[in-house]
Design a protein around this ligand. Structure first.
Ligand code: FEO
Length: 395
C-alpha cells in the first residue's frame, strides 16, 4: 500500500519486520529493515528503486494495484545491489522497454546480477531529467556510498533528495518519517549502519558531503532506501554524518575479550577497574566477544578512542572469535584509534604478541607491549592488570 511522502511522491516499498541478518550473515538487523521504493506521479511517472529480490513479485503485484505499470515512464536505479534492484526482474517482465536511468557502473552491476540487457540510460552528476509540471530530477553520483555504482537523485520544487543507502538505517517501521519513531532506536540504528557499512568510505563521504553542501540545494526531505525518511530537520543526519566521517570517537574505552577458563575475563575486569580508578568520566564497556553480537561490538569500537583486546593463547595463537573481530575491524579501516592487548597463557603464550601485530595490521596505534599472565591470575597479577588498565587510560 502506498504512503504519501510529499505532494505527488509516494512510498511504495516493503517493510521487512522479520529480517535478522543482512548481507548474508554479515550484519545483524535486530529491528528488521525496509526497502524503500518511491513513485513520482507528475506529467511523467517515475519509479525510484525497488525492493530486495525475495519480495520482487509481491512488490510488483502491489504496485500494479496502485498504478497501471505501463504508465511508468522512467525507472531510476540508484544502486544495483539486490536489496534495491531485486524487484526489477519481476517488473521488467511487464514493461521490458521502459528506460532505466543509472550510472555506468550500475549497468555493470545490474547486468552482472540479472544477465538482462534492459534499456539502460546512463547518467552522470549534474545530468537531469524533465518530469513535467516544472519539476526535474537531478542526478548526483555517489560512488562508494555504498558501491561504485551508487547515486542519489534530487527532485526539484519538492526538494527531496533520494539518497539511497546514505543516511539509512536497518529499522523496520510503519511510521515512515523520522519524527514519528523512537529517537534512541533511530540514532542507534543510524550509527550502527554507519559504523558497519560506511566507515571505510569516510574520506569519500567527507568530499561528497562538501560537494552536496556546495550545490546549495534546498533539502526539505532526505528519502533514504532503508529505514525512515528524514523530514524533520533533515540536516541533523547530514551533521551526524559529518561528525562520523571525521575519524569519530567518543570518550570511551572498550574492552573486548574471549576467554576459555575465565583467566582472560578476570584480566579484562581488572583492566576496567584500573581505567575507572584514574578516570571517572571515561565510558568503559566490556564485551565477551563470543557472547555478543559482532556488529554491535563494531559500533562500540566506532565510538571508542581506545580498544583493549584480550585472548588467551590457544594452539600458539588467538581464539577464532577474536581473530574474526579483528578481521572485521581491519576491513572497516578505522582511523585514529589506539589498541592494547592482554591475555592469559599456560604454556607458550604467544597471544598478546599476535594481538599486537594484528591490531597494528588493522590500522590501530599500538604503543604498549601488552599484558599477559601465566595460568590463573594471582593476586599480584590482578594488581598488575589494574596497573595496566591505568596505563591504557592514559594512552
Ligand atoms: Fe542497501 Fe548497498 O544496498
Amino acid at each position: 500500500m502506498r504512503k504519501q511522502v510529499k505532494n505527488n511522491v509516494s512510498w511504495v516499498g516493503k517493510v521487512d519486520w522479520e529480517l535478522e541478518k543482512f548481507h548474508g550473515e554479515e550484519y545483524s538487523t535486530h529491528k528488521g529493515s525496509t526497502y524503500n521504493s518511491y513513485l513520482i506521479e507528475e506529467e511523467k511517472t517515475v519509479l525510484i528503486d525497488t525492493v530486495w529480490l525475495p519480495f520482487g513479485e509481491e512488490f510488483v503485484e502491489n504496485l500494479a494495484k496502485e498504478i497501471d505499470l505501463n504508465k511508468i515512464d522512467y525507472i531510476i536505479a540508484n544502486h544495483g545491489e539486490i536489496d534495491h534492484s531485486g524487484g526489477l526482474p519481476a517488473l521488467m517482465k511487464h514493461i521490458p522497454n521502459t528506460p532505466i536511468y543509472c550510472t555506468a557502473n550500475a549497468v555493470k552491476s545490474l547486468k552482472g546480477q540479472f544477465h538482462k540487457d534492459w534499456n539502460f540510460k546512463t547518467v552522470k552528476t549534474g545530468d537531469s531529467l524533465d518530469i513535467g509540471n516544472g519539476k526535474s530530477l537531478v542526478f548526483v553520483e555517489m560512488a562508494m556510498l555504498h558501491w561504485p555504482d551508487s547515486m542519489a537523485v534530487y527532485l526539484t520544487e519538492d526538494n527531496i533528495l533520494f539518497s539511497n543507502d546514505a543516511f539509512g538505517q536497518h529499522y523496520a517501521t510503519e511510521n515512515l518519517f523520522n519524527d514519528l519513531v523512537d529517537q534512541c532506536e533511530l540514532f542507534e540504528e543510524s550509527i550502527k549502519y554507519y559504523a558497519n557499512i560506511l566507515t571505510p568510505f569516510s574520506a569519500i563521504l567527507r568530499k561528497k558531503l562538501d560537494e552536496v553542501i556546495a550545490l546549495n540545494l534546498p533539502i526539505d526531505i532526505i528519502a533514504t532506501s532503508h529505514g525512515v525518511i528524514w523530514r524533520d530537520n533533515p540536516m541533523q543526519i547530514i551533521e551526524k554524518y559529518s561528525q562520523w566521517a571525521n575519524d569519530y570517537q567518543e570518550n570511551q574505552i572498550t574492552i573486548l575479550y574471549d576467554t576459555m577458563w575465565n583467566g582472560t575475563k578476570l584480566l579484562a575486569e581488572k583492566i576496567a577497574e584500573g581505567i575507572s580508578s584514574v578516570d571517572s568520566e571515561v565510558v568503559v564497556k566490556l564485551y565477551n566477544i563470543a557472547k555478543n553480537d559482532i556488529n554491535d561490538m563494531i559500533t562500540q569500537v566506532f565510538k571508542s578512542k581506545t580498544v583493549a583486546i584480550g585472548s588467551p593463547t590457544i594452539g600458539n595463537n588467538i581464539l577464532h572469535t577474536t581473530a574474526a573481530l579483528i578481521h572485521m575491524m581491519k576491513i572497516l579501516k578505522f582511523k585514529n584509534k589506539k589498541a592494547a592487548a592482554f591475555g592469559c597463557y599456560g604454556w607458550s603464550g604467544e597471544s598478546v604478541k599476535i594481538l599486537n601485530e594484528r591490531m597494528k595490521d588493522a590500522g590501530f596505534e599500538v604503543s604498549t607491549e601488552g599484558y599477559r599472565s601465566l595460568w590463573k591470575p594471582t593476586i599480584d597479577a590482578e594488581k598488575e592488570a589494574i596497573e595496566y588498565g591505568k596505563k591504557i587510560a592514559s594512552l
